[in-house]
Design a protein around this ligand. Structure first.
Ligand code: SAH
Length: 468
């Protein structure tokens, strides 16, 4: 048994999909944050379980050639990035093999046709969205990030994944909050006013949205802040107050009050105008999202005169960007504000052949199926937990020939691909896309095609029997 606080010399043999270096001590696996394949390290065990341990680097005895200088001051504390200490090339290799491993080991897909990962042109300052928790400690107001796996706020002036202008906006808000002695929300006591500063930028139009998440309907001297912000940053097109008075670690509440502007900003994605509201999902890396959607479009194939169903459609982005020439596009999304945005987006882009439904994807698909609505191509883009067996069954019942699965979690994607296989689909091709450089996340788009019935039967028939 390996004991807590014991010191070991180890060689790192791989990096897992969460970005931890992996080694073995007396046959027991040990995960080490910030370690790289090829490192020789002295580590201290900080967690010792029966079947795994977690180690912390005490000393780098011999660094791996894959290492590079970490370029962020809060890398070790912040839970955002896991790959600031390796080159982007090595990061891409890890992500590609994460997807390959998941599809082969979990999905049991043999001879997988996995295309090389689509890399980002820019692995710095690519995000268009940031949510900063705030704290007022003895009159000093700051905004930052939650430390990895905790709810402790680490102040951070600038994050290398965020546009520089976000830091300036945050600074102005913190200054105002300090001058006006605005209290910050305390999770333990459930008291205090300001919880988060939430910023979004529409990269193409340069419009910025500022959302203040607070526990009450009004913050004292908010008008002064609105004046200050809009004067200093003309790009700020809207300021919204989001009310969250619940004792929860969910960032946003359901109610939004527009304090300035229209309550939304507009971006352009694959030549399509997209309206973005505070509660709607919008991919955080616009340029990579375009590449992802282009790949999804390629997998959808010829869509002329076809009916396309876009499940988990958010603001309608995938369908609106890819199914321009389709006969009909039906989108399903559970968040009402996102559905309203999707409808607006359809109008904004003069797309009349569209219908957006607010509801649960599984239930909506079942109803569409019962009503015998003809669907030729189905696109799904679910949250991390993936699809349900029931929904996959309904998708198969539509009799569609093509399903395009966009996923942000290789493990649930692989699990679902195996279920699709049981329903007569084949994974014809998969492409990982790096939407989140420097973090452990990787997006994948998969082309699933329905096999003709003959190919599904896997009983070997001896045809010579027929001749007798
Ligand atoms: N396809 C969109 C959004 C993908 S994110 C895009 O690329 O921008 C996943 C979306 O699924 C979110 O908008 C989320 O609100 C929605 N969602 C989550 N659970 C859902 C459910 N049970 N039914 C329908 N939509 C759901």
């Amino acid at each position: 048994m390996i004991t807590k606080n014991s010191i070991h010399t180890v060689n790192i043999d791989s990096i897992n999909s969460s970005g931890f270096g992996v080694c073995r001590i007396d046959g027991i696996v040990c995960f080490v944050a910030g370690a790289v394949t090829g490192d020789e390290l002295e580590i201290k065990i900080i967690k010792a379980k029966k079947n795994y341990t977690i180690g912390r680097i005490e000393k780098i005895i011999s660094p791996s050639p894959k290492r590079q200088e970490n370029d962020c001051t809060v890398f070790k504390k912040c839970g955002g990035c896991v790959y600031r200490h390796i080159s982007y090339k090595v990061e891409l290799e890890i992500k590609e093999s994460t997807v390959r491993d998941a599809l082969t080991r979990i999905g049991h897909i043999e001879n997988i046709n996995l295309k090389p990962i689509i890399s980002a042109d820019n692995f710095l300052r690519y995000r268009n969205k940031a949510q900063y928790p705030v704290k007022n400690e003895n009159g000093k107001f700051s905004a930052g990030f939650f430390a990895a796996r905790t709810h402790e706020i680490i102040p951070c002036e600038d994050c290398l994944l965020q546009p520089e202008i976000f830091s300036s906006v945050v600074k102005t808000i913190c200054q105002w909050a300090e001058e006006n002695n605005i209290s910050s929300y305390d999770e333990k006591t459930n008291k205090g006013v300001l919880r988060h500063i939430y910023l979004r930028i529409a990269e193409e139009t340069n419009e910025i949205m500022v959302t203040l998440v607070a526990t009450q309907q009004r913050i004292k001297n908010q008008d002064e802040l609105i004046e200050k912000l809009t004067k200093e940053f003309p790009q700020i097109k809207t300021i919204v107050l989001n009310i969250n008075d619940k004792k929860t670690n969910v960032i946003l509440g359901e109610e939004c009050i527009t304090l300035f502007g229209n309550g939304y900003i507009t971006d352009v994605l694959c030549g399509t105008k997209i309206k973005i509201s505070p509660l709607s999902f919008y991919q955080v890396n616009r340029r990579q999202a375009e590449k992802l959607y282009e790949k999804a479009k390629e997998y959808m194939g010829d869509i002329k005169n076809k009916n396309v169903l876009d499940l988990y459609c958010g603001t309608g982005t995938i369908g609106l960007c890819t199914a321009r020439d389709a006969k009909k596009l039906i989108g399903v999304e559970i968040i009402e504000q996102a559905v309203n945005d999707a409808k607006e987006n359809a109008k904004l882009n003069e797309r009349e052949n569209t219908e957006f439904i607010c509801g649960d994807a599984e239930k909506a698909a079942e109803i569409l199926r019962q009503k015998n609505i003809k669907v030729d191509i189905i696109v799904v883009d679910p949250p991390r937990k993936g699809l349900t067996e029931n929904l996959i069954g309904t998708i198969a019942d539509f009799g569609t020939e093509k399903v395009v699965y966009v996923s942000c979690d290789p493990a649930t994607l692989a699990r679902d691909c195996e279920i699709f296989k049981r329903h007569g689909f084949k994974v014809s091709e998969a492409t990982p896309v790096d939407l989140f450089p420097r973090t452990a996340h990787v997006e994948t788009v998969v082309s699933l095609v329905k096999l003709p019935p003959d190919d599904v039967i896997n009983i070997e028939l001896d045809l010579s029997e027929l001749d007798r």
